[in-house]
Design a protein around this ligand. Structure first.
Ligand code: PEP
Ligand code: MG
Length: 582
């Protein structure tokens, strides 16, 4: 049994078998084994050697008589190498003496053999090192399973399986979900990446940024994913499994208890109404909304309609998708226009072609849409047409300059004029709002507020851009801090700007769905929270337990505190004085 740590996504707790996907060169697992496991490990190694030999003999028998003689000679060489003590005996001695796992013992001795061939001057003999590599690769495949590198190489269904890989793009995450994957672990990535957000919304438990995942986890290992505690247990013992099953039960009971709150309005104890909305990515997310009592959709990430396909969806296809959402949600649906680019590429970002050096600062979201009106206009037309059937709002992502906003609003007017001329049924009065997720827009929020009907704070990007921390880079993830005073000041400033202009301000980044920040945000004046649906009951409970008049002064004091520890302490204090719901 082995415990590994990364960054948990959500609070899922699950078990399953590992399927290791090596996207880059295979990493040889390297770990120590206990004295009691030595014989089993030697057995595993010898079985792998025997299997390779059996397969080579089988191959020998199937080679046609007229095949070139080198083919047979090649198999002979591999069989001889398998009998060489460097490959067949010395690793066994290492397993016994050094208590190393079979793969690492084999690699150590194979490397010595390769180094020996490398020194030979004769080019023909030197090239024999390639045969060593090939033989060792065959044994490694027996020990570790075949090397799979792309999700497309996996069997079609992945039920009960846990993908372990270097990284995953949002598009790949969607495709794994469609094939029933139970959970995933990645060596790279942070908990605010779009891949992680998607996993949360699709209810896929995940641990990201677990650097040693590929090194320690083998195909078919039994794994426990404990996302709330950022942990993965490899090969858990029976005691551990019993404990986890117990925790799963408690977790399910807690969720069932919170579900009882779904019909209660989110009103604080001093009578202030708070709007709780859901973030959605797919029309399939809709059934979950009513069960948690969401009052509408505060963020519909439409870019997922564009992923994993060769062509963008047509206007009619989009129209149908938006109608489906509007027909099934009783409150407002905030449809965010395309936010493609950066880590959200339609093809999963793996297609060959020029890569931007700094994609998060590149042609993303509204910038991309203004650059490619043939992509943007059909979406606007589809939204305006669908809005004749329900309460829709349009939200523009990543605005950073007024000029850009003006261009977007001009395109909106142009779209309406065209629809009018064509005699289409549409709603010309859809409120247009903007996401405040670039510091430039936060600082000048009052100027943007004059031209918009609502604002929504996207803390995922606002934190990324304010603190200069790539949200998908696990190496700087420790700096990703929603409580940084600059972030808190920007949030407060945007809320105040909205209040002064008389337009509503929501928050739809991950911070809105984390109960640790609920009371602080209430105290700073936030009255609309949008989050992944399953977070909503916890947030509602926090609201029901709060009095805003008690939170305001204290919350504002956090804006003047630069010291990280004191700030955390202040937030703990804020969260301490909860009132029982009445
Ligand atoms: C955000 O940036 O906070 C946000 C909600 O948008 P996304 O996570 O899709 O970039
Ligand atoms: Mg964003």
């Amino acid at each position: 049994m082995l415990s590994l740590n990364g960054s948990g996504v959500g609070n899922g707790l699950t078990f399953g078998r590992a399927v290791v996907l090596e996207r880059w060169k295979r990493t040889t697992p390297d770990y120590s084994i206990s004295q009691e496991s030595v014989d089993t490990e030697i057995n595993r190694f010898r079985t792998a050697l025997a299997n390779v030999k059996a397969k080579l003999h089988e191959l020998q028998n199937t080679i046609p008589l007229d095949a070139p003689p080198e083919t047979l000679a090649f198999i002979e060489v591999h069989l001889l190498m398998l009998d060489d003590p460097v490959i067949s005996e010395q690793p066994v001695a290492s397993i016994r003496r050094d208590q190393k796992n079979a793969e690492s013992a084999l690699k150590t001795h194979a490397d010595t053999l390769v180094a020996f061939f490398d020194q030979i001057e004769d080019p023909y003999l030197r090239s024999k090192k390639n045969d060593v590599h090939q033989v060792v690769d065959r044994v490694m495949i027996e020990l570790l399973g075949p090397v799979l590198s792309e999700p497309t190489q996996l069997n079609s269904r992945l039920d009960d399986q846990i993908i372990v890989t270097n990284d995953l793009t949002p598009a790949e995450t969607v495709s794994l979900h469609q094939r029933g994957v139970r959970a995933f672990i990645t060596s790279l990535g942070g908990p605010i990446s779009h891949t992680a957000i998607l996993a949360r919304s699709l209810h896929i438990p995940a641990v990201v940024g677990l650097h040693s995942a590929i090194r320690y986890i083998r195909n078919d290992d039994l794994l426990v994913i404990d996302a709330a505690n950022d942990t993965v247990i490899v090969a858990p013992d029976e005691d551990m499994l019993v404990k986890f099953r117990q925790r799963q039960k408690v977790h399910a009971q807690h969720t069932a208890k919170l579900a009882l709150l779904s019909d209660r309005p989110a009103v604080t104890q001093d009578g202030i109404n708070v709007k709780l909305l859901a973030n959605i990515e797919f029309p399939e997310d809709l059934p979950g909304l009513a069960s948690v009592g969401a009052e509408g959709v505060g963020l519909y990430r439409t870019e997922f309609l564009f992923m994993n396909r060769a062509e963008p969806p047509t206007e009619d296809e989009q129209y149908k998708a938006y109608c489906q959402v509007l027909d099934s949600v009783s409150g407002t649906v905030t449809i965010r226009t395309l936010d493609l680019g950066a880590d959200k590429q339609v093809d999963g970002g793996r297609a060959d072609g020029e890569k931007t050096i700094n994609p998060a600062l590149g042609l993303r979201a509204i910038r991309l849409c203004l650059n490619e009106p043939t992509l943007f206009k059909p979406q606007l037309r589809a939204i305006f047409r669908a809005a004749s059937r329900g309460d829709a709002r349009i939200m523009i992502p990543m605005i950073s300059s007024l000029d850009e906003l003006d261009q977007a609003l001009e395109l909106v007017r142009e779209t309406c004029r065209e629809l009018e001329k064509e005699g289409k049924v549409f709603n010309p009065n859809v409120p247009i709002g903007g996401m405040i997720e670039v510091p430039a827009a936060a600082v000048a929020a009052d100027l943007f507020a004059r031209k918009l009907k609502f604002l929504s704070i996207g803390t995922n990007d606002l934190i990324q851009y304010t603190l200069a921390i790539d949200r998908i880079d696990d190496e700087v993830n420790y700096l990703y801090d929603p409580l940084h005073p600059s972030v808190l000041r920007l949030i407060h400033q945007v809320i105040e700007a909205g209040n002064r202009s008389g337009i509503p301000v929501a928050m739809c980044g991950e911070m809105a769905g984390d109960p640790v920040f609920t009371r602080l945000l209430l105290g700073l004046g936030l009255r609309e929270f949008s989050m992944e649906a399953s977070s909503l009951p916890d947030i509602k409970q926090r609201i029901l337990e709060s009095r805003i008049d008690e939170l305001e002064n204290f919350s504002r004091q956090t804006l003047d505190c630069l010291d990280k520890e004191s700030l955390r302490h202040m937030v703990e204090q804020l969260n301490h004085t909860l009132h029982k719901p009445v």
